[in-house]
Design a protein around this ligand. Sequence first.
Ligand code: FES
Length: 222
Amino acid sequence: MDRNREAGGDFAAAAQKDGARAQSCRCASDSTGVPRRIFLRGMLAGGLAASTAQPGIADDTKPGDDERPQPGDVFVFFEGERQGKIVALADLKRSAAPALVWPMDPKSKVVRSGSRLNQVVLLALDPASLDSNTRSAAPDGVIAYSAICTHAGCTVTGWVKDQGTQVLKCPCHNSEYDPRRGATVVFGPAPRHLAMLPVSIDNGALVVAKSFIGKVGPSTSA
Ligand code: FES
């Protein structure tokens, strides 16, 4: 067993002791437990708007913010210094850890952060390393998947090496998904692959090409 799995096992043990906390890991709240959009609204009111401002991200009332990604949507960064910034092709490094993002309607500027089922991971991989189905939805090797684990709905945030290649890993119970083969499950209790979100590249911007292919999240999700 590799180190990552051992580390994940520790997490899983902790998760069993504190199931509620595990289920909420990297969900729509900050580390204080404040719901994410309330937290963002507080940041904006506190004068951080200049660094994070993106129309729609802090507004609870915008219609469409809980709709699934629509064709033509762009993506904005979910967290970090670039939170709220539109993701361009140049922002993704090949084979680097995935970017956690939200879709955004480019016309209304509504970020679809009203449902955590809209969290997406974006990756840039070597196109030659993708199977044919995955490559067909991944221009220049850029591929997007739902970030919601199909086991119990945690956010899939890990990026680890497994037998010489990288896999997406869920921190809650260690499920691993192969992003080069349609995010098929290669380890752990997840019952099925992550939903795929086909993308296209438009003048250097990453754009949703089609709706999710496959069910988002666990069987019980909406
Ligand atoms: S929620 Fe259990 S492996 Fe992801």
